[in-house]
Design a protein around this ligand. Structure first.
Ligand SMILES: Cc1cc2nc3c(=O)[nH]c(=O)nc-3n(C[C@H](O)[C@H](O)[C@H](O)COP(=O)(O)OP(=O)(O)OC[C@H]3O[C@@H](n4cnc5c(N)ncnc54)[C@H](O)[C@@H]3O)c2cc1C
Length: 317
């Protein structure tokens, strides 16, 4: 079956692109390599705990994003961080937002796109790992930019040299995330801690945040960009030992009951493209995501909304 638009990636930018287009009646399919949706807005179970392992909270400045957030708040899918007037969280975890946005859309999970070819008829042919080929008239890539470029390279797609070098210049910080469940209460303040130096850039307790009531403490530790780059390939036991040592002041001498390490290769863009999205009508190809709209959830969301509008206006012509 040929779809009008294929979107690679079910993070917030891909899901909002899909929603805008589906609301205009377009036939959209979203292809996501993971089992879940939401991308870097990810919540994980560690033992009995519920832990946000990627983004911790989001803020809103732009009314185009605030109106979505208020609607999520009204449905109980988003709420304020305890004691904060400006931080929003997903309830019961960041993934709630992705799951909600995915409702009613055609989404193929565990569908990793490995190559995109431009066919002679002007449409796109996508190779999907273990799932064969899918055809679409238009293609929107919302994975981190190096992953999107790899998909196009594998299909022999030639981009304008200036655009290609601008896209190739977008790099991301890695982030090592250690999630730990403790046998007693932590010393982490309700609002979390963002150390300015040292191995950690974030320490937050998901129990105090209100998303994991089943355990005494469930702490998210995010390593700094510098630490993550230097220790990215170390075995889990070594990374865990170093991060637990760095977090000692906030762990109140408690024992670790269970833990999990996640390696975010593309955590946040180090530079921005400078436009909310890219749409190439001659190739019927688009790029969206936080590298375009800004390096946080709001930026990724605004990029997805802008991409949806661009493709929708292309459908009219
Ligand atoms: C550790 C960490 C902490 C953060 N903290 C915050 C925070 O507190 N506040 C905030 O606002 N932002 C935070 N961010 C940033 C925020 O999460 C991102 O800016 C935003 O979620 C990006 O959304 P996106 O749609 O652009 O990309 P993503 O969420 O990365 O979505 C891209 C999707 O594409 C999929 N994909 C990739 N390649 C393929 C392929 N070949 N085939 C199919 N699917 C593919 C991926 O699996 C993913 O689901 C944090 C991020 C990290 C990692």
């Amino acid at each position: 079956m040929k779809h009008t638009i294929a979107i690679v990636g079910a993070g917030i930018s891909g899901l909002l692109t899909a929603r805008v287009l589906a609301e205009r009646g377009a036939s959209v399919i979203v292809l996501e390599k993971s089992r879940g949706v939401g991308g870097r807005m990810a919540t994980k179970r560690v033992g009995d705990a519920v832990v946000d392992q990627g983004a911790q909270f989001f803020t809103t400045k732009d009314p185009r994003f605030s109106s979505w957030v208020e609607a999520w708040g009204a449905r109980g899918l988003a709420g304020r961080w305890p004691g904060s007037t400006h931080r929003w969280i997903g309830i019961p975890g960041m993934t709630a937002i992705g799951k909600h946005l995915a409702t009613g859309l055609t989404i193929e999970r565990e569908h990793k796109v490995t190559a995109a070819r431009r066919h002679a008829c002007g449409c796109w042919e996508l190779d999907i790992e273990e799932h064969g080929i899918l055809r679409a008239e238009r293609l929107v890539l919302t994975a981190p930019v190096p992953q999107s470029l790899a998909i196009l390279d594998a299909g022999g797609v030639i981009l304008d040299e200036t655009l290609k070098s601008r896209l190739q210049a977008i790099r991301y910080h890695p982030c090592l995330a250690l999630l730990v469940v403790l046998d007693g209460a932590s010393n982490v303040p309700v609002e979390g801690i963002s150390p300015e130096s040292g191995p950690l850039r974030w320490v937050g307790d998901n129990v105090k945040k209100g998303i994991s009531p089943q355990v005494p403490a469930a702490v998210t530790l995010h390593a700094s960009a510098d630490f993550s780059a230097r220790h990215y390939g170390l075995p889990e036991t070594e990374v865990s030992a170093l991060l637990l040592e760095a977090a000692r002041p906030w762990l109140a001498g408690r024992n670790v009951v269970s833990s999990a390490l996640h390696r975010w290769k593309f955590s946040e863009p180090r530079s921005e493209f400078g436009e909310p999205c890219v749409w190439l009508p001659e190739l019927t190809l688009g790029f969206a995501g936080d590298a375009f709209g800004g390096p946080r959830i709001e930026g990724a969301a605004l990029s997805g909304l802008a991409m949806g509008e661009r493709v929708a206006s292309h459908l009219l012509h």
